[in-house]
Design a protein around this ligand. Structure first.
Ligand code: SAM
Ligand code: DTB
Ligand code: SF4
Length: 322
């Protein structure tokens, strides 16, 4: 007998709603994964995973109060703040990342937004990392139109700016800026011609509806982000959200599958939190459509599995870097 249950959900609408996305999210797990994986194979090689490497180019002392973040000056996390790293150190790190197989280099700064005096140094860094033949990505906080245009003109390929959660739950996560501020920066980045990297964090105490609503916002942007990082909260001692209810692995995989279905042409990055995931959970995420990871043993301030563990995982699953 032919089992076609998963096809009883209507085709993808032009504009997603909580209802249309929720109906897919709540499909039987096998139907959801079959659907996500089938779509994934239409556009991507299912055995190739894109590798990105992160570097924190300015650590700590951030004036924002994001409840998950080790780098906020509002939380006592014991992290020492630093100034913007010099270009030579960044280039040396980027060279190592390239030798390790990374194709994209992502640089983060713990800022609310770059100050005018920072912009020359940032432009120089973009040029120097690009010259190594790496794709470049930065996450520096909010950008106005002029700053976005300047970064785009400097050749920055991607700008990462996460919406983090649903609009409804956002005030529970951050109080020093609004969800609308996030969308404004995303619009400035899009207008500048840079590619958009935007996703969120799961496991901050949000509901299933919030997780679905976050993806609805992303998929309904005038153009969906080219890159969608799905982070699992890394609980940082001293941060307000550290004691949040964790998300279960099945629920996490469901969100990854839904992201793949709602944004079929985007790279879905299995981002923070892999150190707390089993190989089996990561395998299910890759099956569900995740096709990018951060490599290396640190993210910005927190741990990541590292090259030996990832080499072993890729070997077990027959995965290869893109
Ligand atoms: N200051 C910039 C900003 O907020 O846009 C850039 C740096 S910020 C650390 C980049 C992203 O990392 C956040 O938007 C959040 O999604 C993710 N992140 C930060 N801390 C995390 C944690 N403890 N667990 C999981 N993801 C985290
Ligand atoms: C994203 O969504 N995840 C990355 C990247 N964008 C900048 C950052 C993860 C940070 C994890 C916590 C830490 O290292 O402090
Ligand atoms: Fe600052 Fe970014 Fe951390 Fe928020 S997530 S406190 S903006 S570094």
């Amino acid at each position: 007998m032919l089992h076609v249950t998963e096809q009883t959900v209507a085709e993808e609408p032009a504009r997603w709603t909580g209802e249309s996305a929720g109906a897919i999210y709540r499909l039987p797990f096998n139907d959801l994964l079959f659907r996500a994986h089938s779509l994934h194979r239409q556009r991507f090689d299912p055995n190739r995973v894109q590798l990105s490497r992160l570097l924190n180019i300015k650590t700590g002392g951030c004036p924002e109060d994001c409840g998950y973040c080790s780098q906020s000056s509002h939380h006592a996390t014991g992290l020492a703040a630093s100034k913007l790293m010099d270009v030579e150190t960044i280039v040396a790190e980027a060279r190592k990342a390239k030798a390790g197989g990374a194709t994209r280099y992502c640089m983060g700064a713990a800022w609310r937004n770059p100050k005018p005096r920072d912009m020359d140094a940032i432009v120089e860094i973009v040029g120097a990392v690009k010259a190594l033949g790496l794709e470049t990505c930065m996450t520096l906080g909010m950008l106005d139109c002029e700053q976005a245009d300047r970064l785009g003109a400097a050749g920055l390929d991607y700008y990462n700016h996460n919406i983090d959660t649903s609009e409804r739950y956002y005030p529970r996560v951050t109080s020093t800026r609004t969800f609308a501020d996030r969308l404004d920066t995303l619009e400035n980045v899009r207008q500048s011609g840079m590619k958009v990297c935007c996703g969120g964090i799961l496991g901050m105490g949000e509901s299933e509806e919030d997780r679905i609503a976050m993806l609805v916002t992303l998929a309904n942007l005038p153009e969906p982000p080219e890159s969608v990082p799905i982070n699992m909260l890394i609980p940082i001692p001293g941060t307000p959200l550290a004691a949040s209810d964790p998300i279960g692995p099945i629920e996490f995989v469901r969100v990854v599958a839904l992201a793949r279905i709602m944004m079929p042409t985007s790279f879905v990055r299995l981002s923070a939190g892999r150190s707390a995931m089993t190989d089996e959970m990561q395998a299910l995420c890759f099956f569900a459509g995740a096709n990018s990871i951060f490599v290396g043993d640190t993210l910005l301030t927190a741990g990541n599995p590292g090259d030996a563990a990832d080499g072993k995982l890729f070997g077990r699953l027959g995965l290869r870097p893109l």
